[in-house]
Structures are given as C-alpha cells and as structure tokens.
Design a protein around this ligand. Sequence first.
Ligand SMILES: NC(=O)c1ccc[n+]([C@@H]2O[C@H](COP(=O)([O-])OP(=O)(O)OC[C@H]3O[C@@H](n4cnc5c(N)ncnc54)[C@H](OP(=O)(O)O)[C@@H]3O)[C@@H](O)[C@H]2O)c1
Length: 252
Amino acid sequence: MDLKPFLISLVRSILFTGFEFFECHTALFCCWPDVVVNCAALSVHRACEMDPAAAMSVNVPSSLVNWLSSLEESNYLLIHLSTDQVYEGVKSFYKEDDEVVPVNVYGKSKVAAEQFITEKCSNFAILRSSIIFGPQTISPVSKSLPIQWVDGVLSKGNTTEFFHDEFRCPVYVKDVIAIILALSKTWISEAKQRNLLLNVGGLDRVSRVQMAETVADIRGYNLSLIKSVSASSTLGISPISFRDGVRLTLEL
Ligand SMILES: NC(=O)c1ccc[n+]([C@@H]2O[C@H](COP(=O)([O-])OP(=O)(O)OC[C@H]3O[C@@H](n4cnc5c(N)ncnc54)[C@H](OP(=O)(O)O)[C@@H]3O)[C@@H](O)[C@H]2O)c1
C-alpha cells in the first residue's frame, strides 16, 4: 500500500484540526512519517505571560522531536509554525537573518523552539508567519479569529479603537497551507534535506486601522466606527513626530 497520500492527508488533518500529541503518536506509530507539521502551541499572549513555564513547555516541541528522533527508520521533514513576533518590531520588512529580539513571552518561547529545532533536527522548515486569517474551521475553534472579530464589532455598530502604528503582513490560511504542501511534496519527491527559515507574510503590509477599513469597505460598514489610536496610547504615552524630535534635538 502506498502510504504517501495517506500521510499527506494526515498532515493536512493535523494542520487543519490540531491534534493532541498523543493522538498524533497513536495515528502515526504504525508507519514512519515523511512529514510532520507542528501547529501545536500556547498562542494566547496573556496565557503565555501568566505562565511562562507552560508557554516554554508547550511551544518548544521537545517531546515531539525526541519521539521522532527515536523512530528506527526516522527520515522526516519537520515543518514548524513560528511567528513574526520573534522580531522586535522596531522596523519594517524584517529579513530572516535579522536579529531575533522577542518582546513577549510568546515570542521568547518561539525563539527557544527555533533554537531547539535547529540544534536537534537535520531536516526542517521553520515558518515565521505573520497573522494568519481565513474562514472558521469545520470544527470551530473557540478563540477569536482576527477578521471575524473586526466584522463582529463593526456589524454591531460599535465604535472601536484600532492601532494605526502596528503594521503586519497578514497571510491567508490557504497560502500558508500551499507553502506547507509545496515543501512536503518537494521533500517526498526529491528527498533533499533542508534547513529552512522562512518569513511567511501576505502581499500587503497593513496597519490594524487598514485591516479594519478593508473589512468595513467590503461589508459596507460606516468608516466612522473605526477610531484610529496609537499603540503607545495604551500606556498613556504620546510620542512626538520625527520632525518635532529633530527641532527639539537642534534646540530650535
Ligand atoms: N494564528 C495566527 O495568526 C498565527 C500567526 C503566527 C504563527 N502562528 C502559529 O501557528 C500555529 C497554529 O496557530 P493557531 O492560531 O492555530 O493556534 P491555536 O488556535 O492556539 O491552536 C494551537 C493548537 O495547539 C494545541 N495544543 C495546545 N497545547 C497542546 C499540547 N500541550 N499538546 C498538544 N497540542 C496542544 C491546541 O489544542 P486544543 O485546542 O485542544 O487546546 C490547538 O489545537 C502555532 O504554532 C502558532 O504559534 C499562528
């Protein structure tokens, strides 16, 4: 029996639904995986900040990697979902070889995961994804999804604050899947090992305000519901413009 189509579909199942590690183990133990896509994470920032040890324990896939390494005929590609939040976020258009400076526990745990995988695996692809958006899954996830959340608040006519100075490159979920499938198929057909680190973003760099405006435009909501605020306003700080800063610096 050719197991590869089964494995690809299993990979898709893992990607779409999320498996408990032990379910994954049970599903795979009868055959050697060609590709493993690790989507498991503690991804809610508040939960990570409240319990850094749990964030490290879930987000660094040590059990998974150690188990895969223990398989007798182990010859797999590990595709690991990381995040653009490994970067500090003080400039635009980060490159993969830019320094990682995570500013929160979630980002720190993802950097630790990347380091662990880089040290322990010989064949891997780490995808540093920006915000992933798309339709609700067949088995609905309980967490708030980004576009659906904006749609929800604006459809109720609630005036809502959005940051005009936080920029991301949101990527559609099926584009992420296309990358994962392309990597999987290439590994299965060519068997060429990779040590790949890839930023995964969509075509557009947009602020939170621009994301909300796009939803409002497509739905026909009133744009005045979108209140543009600075991310720093949550700390009660009002940064001055570059021009004003130059004036003050030159004492004019
Ligand atoms: N969504 C985004 O915008 C985005 C952006 C960049 C990177 N990422 C990364 O992409 C991956 C998937 O993101 P997501 O939004 O789908 O995350 P999510 O909604 O938080 O889902 C995480 C999955 O991990 C599972 N999980 C949690 N703890 C586990 C454990 N101890 N053992 C096994 N499974 C466990 C969860 O299962 P339960 O539901 O049963 O708890 C859930 O299926 C994550 O690695 C995330 O960091 C996501």
